[in-house]
Design a protein around this ligand. Structure first.
Ligand SMILES: [Zn+2]
Length: 469
């Protein structure tokens, strides 16, 4: 069964392609990109009723791509059956599958890897990858995301897919409990390769910080991969001498890595910090070079920075959102898909010599909430991703904003109205209070407001958990 989600021939072909693409002139890369785009449009036209409607009846050309209206996750998920190119993929069955944490990384229908987005804006999406897409992600991770000068590979974009760096102990600190891309990727590798299984371990950011610190101290990872906010919290633990790990490199993903956070994390661990950019829709969108710049894997994807009316934004300007076209995945075509992140594309060549363009990303960046701890004078950090996971996984709310009003008071705002909203607030209150206690905090107050307009999508993605105001 695993053969289908780890095909050595696909991987070999994709790896050769990615190695060649890493040194090819940009004109050649763009030619490859256009060939892949033409193929994707053919596949989408033939197999996806949703895209056939959008593309029209006649034969498609790659130039047709630009006249396709952008799509959102909500639109695609609402017409899941029309969207996917394999009629055997059934949304109800997939929802039941992803609701079972015991089945993480189990091949679906014997040939697909399935993960769910953590629902950073609206309802969670279900993403299905075939062997070809997985081979491309693996190859991009293994070839381009390797941490140069360290002699070993790294996790990138939360997909710990380094197939070569076996001399390291990798710790992946993420939200767990769901079929998230990072967790599925790690579990997939553990199943495929026992070597990797013994040298990589996942750690939950939902556990109390002291337990996480103890577990990391025991494991003594040489590579640490996590969200920038979690890395900052761990840096604080290291500064206080409680966390005593000495990773050779810290890899971050999932949120924007600020210059200040990078400097602090690097200082605390005495190790370089490498950012990455990836999503559930395309795992390794961009990798960071030795110059500290994110390079777009544009031979395998298209990324269009656009304004609020989906008009192109020129290089050097920050976009309102960005449209992704995934050239690797044919089973669930993503063509001009609104990712919601704000990016800035640069056309100048990077000093590292890579032909791939440089982007800056301003994606989701939530605040860490600090509440009073049980010990006098102590504060406890509640991480934004852990808080979001509590609200999504335990309370079943996805459209929310959580704000800290006073030191010990959080306000949860929900779009849900009426009795449904009130009962959701009750669930959130109980879960957040229990979560804070489990983290070592004093009891907190949780106030609720139902029927609110919750900032959504583009900006909503950036401020679901926020400090005062
Ligand atoms: Zn570079």
């Amino acid at each position: 069964m695993l053969r289908q989600v780890f095909d050595p021939l696909h991987l070999q072909a994709a790896t050769l392609d990615v190695v060649a693409g890493s040194h090819a002139p940009r004109s050649l890369l763009l030619a490859r990109q256009q060939q892949r785009l033409a193929r994707l449009l053919e596949v989408a036209h033939a197999g996806s009723a949703l895209y056939r409607e959008r593309l029209g009846k006649k034969q498609v050309r790659s130039s047709d791509w630009l006249r396709l209206p952008p799509v959102t996750r909500g639109e695609l998920m609402a017409r899941f059956q029309d969207w996917v190119t394999d009629p055997e993929l059934d949304l109800d069955a997939l929802r039941a599958f992803t609701a079972d944490p015991g089945r993480i990384a189990e091949p679906w229908l014997g040939k697909y890897m399935v993960w769910e987005s953590s629902g950073t804006s609206g309802l969670p999406g279900i993403f299905v990858q075939d062997a070809q897409a997985l081979a491309v992600y693996d190859a991009l991770e293994a070839v381009r995301h390797r941490v140069r000068g360290l002699g070993a590979g790294a996790f990138g974009a939360f997909a710990p897919l380094d197939l070569l760096g076996l001399g390291d102990r990798h710790a992946l600190v993420t939200a767990t409990g769901g079929h998230f891309a990072s967790v599925c990727s790690l579990e997939r590798l553990r199943r495929i390769n026992p070597w990797i299984g013994s040298n990589a371990r996942g750690f939950s950011i939902q556990q109390p910080a002291c337990d996480l610190v103890e577990a990391l101290n025991d494991y003594a990872p040489t590579m640490l991969a996590t969200y920038p906010s979690a890395a900052s919290m761990l840096a604080e633990e290291a500064e206080h001498g409680r966390l005593r790990i000495r990773p050779r490199c810290v890899i971050t993903g999932g949120e924007t890595l600020s210059t200040a956070a990078r400097a602090r994390i690097s200082r605390a661990f005495g190790a370089p910090v490498r950012g990455s950019y990836g999503t559930s829709e395309f795992l390794p969108i961009a990798w960071e070079c030795a110059q500290g710049h994110l390079h777009l894997n544009e031979d395998w994807l298209l990324l269009e920075p656009v304004d609020e009316h989906h008009r192109p934004v020129p290089p050097g300007h920050l976009s309102h959102t960005v449209l992704l076209t995934n050239l690797a995945n044919h089973v669930q075509p993503l063509i001009r898909y609104d990712l919601g992140d704000r990016v800035c594309l640069h056309t100048e060549r990077c000093a590292c010599g890579s032909p791939l363009p440089v982007i800056q990303v301003r994606g989701r960046r939530d605040d860490i909430l600090r509440v009073p701890g049980r010990q006098r004078g102590e504060t406890v950090s509640l991480l934004p991703l852990a808080l979001c996971t509590v609200l999504e996984e335990e309370c079943g709310v996805f459209d929310f904003q959580l704000q800290q009003r006073e030191q010990d008071t959080l306000v949860v705002r929900l779009a849900l109205e009426g009795p449904e909203g009130q009962s959701a607030i009750e669930r959130c209150r109980e879960a957040l209070q229990a979560f804070a206690i489990a983290q070592g905090a004093q009891p907190i107050r949780v106030l609720g407001e139902a029927g609110c307009t919750v900032p959504r999508g583009r900006s909503g993605k950036a401020c679901r958990v926020m400090l005062g105001g």
